[in-house]
Design a protein around this ligand. Structure first.
Ligand code: HEM
Length: 400
């Protein structure tokens, strides 16, 4: 028997590929025990079909308060205890809260935002091109776009971005201590709580106003519950998309022929495909979906007992050859929409219609407007986010 591997595992030479050891595990022992930072040994599930089974099984819980829940770090455990949002709850509580938000993230609504998103993208590119070279694409473009959009949707003042960017960096870092995670959570909850009070006193058209009027005033939800929901939306709404924009750009620059094809494509379907394929190929939520079994469940021929932790590894599931032939190739023509980069089952990403529109506009605009876009430093010098719950690059120096 092989030793229980430490998780997360280290990536290899290619910065876009999951850790090579994960590939071996998927081939040889697809459901296996791994050892976490706290010495616990949850199950790691790596095959595409098994990952979907785990994420769709109501006997497997997302409740982060469960003693067997495999937390990503001590800091993340502290944060989830303090501000539990519906991503860490089971139905029916999860479904009740999600239902409140669903209408705000419907595909049609998000499609209607396309012109606004296009205008923001065009303005940010204008500003970047008018500024000095090289520029940091993360600070100049990748982070501002989703931040502005989620701020407008929620009704959070964009002027406060330095504050919430700082706080969410603390919250998604794997190295954050419990004390720092709690302090950041308190700061963000206090900020959002004040905002909920302001919306209650003087409501606008935004989501926090709707929650203040519909839930707070009626007593259906507390100020604290709305603030916890708000922090999930604010952090999930900008961290993920920002990393997809920057890391997707690095990946495309490393595949110049495909980038050229994307840039010159007349058929918008290629852009739609490219978004799905890059989501699959990069799977930036690289820490695995964390779950705990409430009952005994068989997965991939192994018995997972009630109370045992489970990590559904979406990154390697998205490289499973049974679901995606030649899985390690980036192929913008691939039909990849069945990927699990947005998760699967009841917790499947609420914001995916928004993320899709944002990424389609970005990938369809940035490389056309800046056809000579290039890395300003060798790829070996980029700082990849091995230390964060969401993968990407810390900075992206580019020139044109
Ligand atoms: C490319 C961008 C994005 C990626 C890769 C991504 C990925 C994910 C994944 C993998 C999950 C499942 C979590 C689990 O099963 O434990 C999730 C859930 C979620 N995402 Fe996203 N996400 C993205 C963008 C967004 C955006 C823009 C929002 C906007 C608000 C958002 C809000 C949420 C929420 C609220 C959940 C929890 C859903 C639930 O528990 O029912 N995400 N996301």
């Amino acid at each position: 028997m092989t030793e229980t591997p430490e998780f997360p595992l280290a990536r290899g030479r290619c910065p876009f590929d999951p850790p090579p050891e994960l590939g071996r595990i998927q081939r040889e022992e697809p459901v296996t025990r791994v050892r976490l930072w706290d010495g616990s040994t949850p199950w790691l599930v790596t095959r595409y079909d098994d990952v979907r089974q785990v994420l769709a099984d109501p006997r497997i819980s997302a409740d982060s308060d469960h003693p067997g829940y495999p937390a990503q770090s001590a800091g993340m455990r502290a944060r989830r205890r303090r501000a539990k949002a519906f991503i860490s709850m089971d139905d029916p509580e999860h479904a009740e809260q999600r239902r409140l938000l669903q209408p705000s993230f419907m595909v049609k609504k998000m499609q209607a935002l396309r012109p606004r998103i296009q205008a923001i993208v065009d303005d940010l590119i204008d500003e970047m091109l008018a500024g000095p070279k090289p520029a940091d694409l993360v600070a100049a473009f990748a982070l501002p776009l989703p931040s502005l959009v989620i701020c407008e949707l929620l009704g959070v003042p964009y002027a406060d971005r330095a504050f919430f960017h700082r706080v969410s960096r603390v919250l998604v870092s794997r190295d954050t201590t419990p004390d720092d995670a709690l302090a950041a959570t308190e700061e963000l909850l206090a900020y959002l709580g004040d905002l909920v009070d302001q919306k209650n006193a003087d409501p606008g058209e935004d989501l926090l106003s709707r929650l203040a009027v519909g839930q707070l005033r009626t007593g259906a939800m507390t100020r604290e519950q709305i603030a916890s929901m708000g922090q999930l939306l604010l952090v999930a709404g900008h961290e993920t998309t920002a990393n997809m924009i920057a890391l997707g750009t690095v990946a495309l620059l490393q595949h110049p022929e495909q980038l050229a094809e994307l840039r010159d494509a007349e058929d918008p379907q290629l852009i739609v495909n490219a978004v799905e394929e890059l989501l699959r190929y990069l799977t930036i939520t690289h820490s695995g979906r964390r779950r705990v079994a409430r009952e005994d469940v068989e997965v991939g021929g192994r018995l997972i007992r009630a109370g045992e932790g489970v990590i559904a590894a979406g990154d390697i599931a998205n490289r499973d050859a049974t679901a995606f032939p030649a899985p390690d190739d980036l192929d913008l023509h691939r039909k990849a929409r069945h990927h699990v980069a947005f998760g699967y089952g009841v917790h499947q990403c609420l914001g995916q219609p928004l993320a899709r529109v944002e990424l389609q506009v970005v990938y369809g605009t940035l490389y056309r407007r800046v056809p000579t876009l290039a890395l300003a430093r060798p790829i070996e010098e980029l700082r990849f986010k091995h230390d964060m719950a969401v993968y990407g690059v810390h900075e992206l120096p580019v020139t044109w």
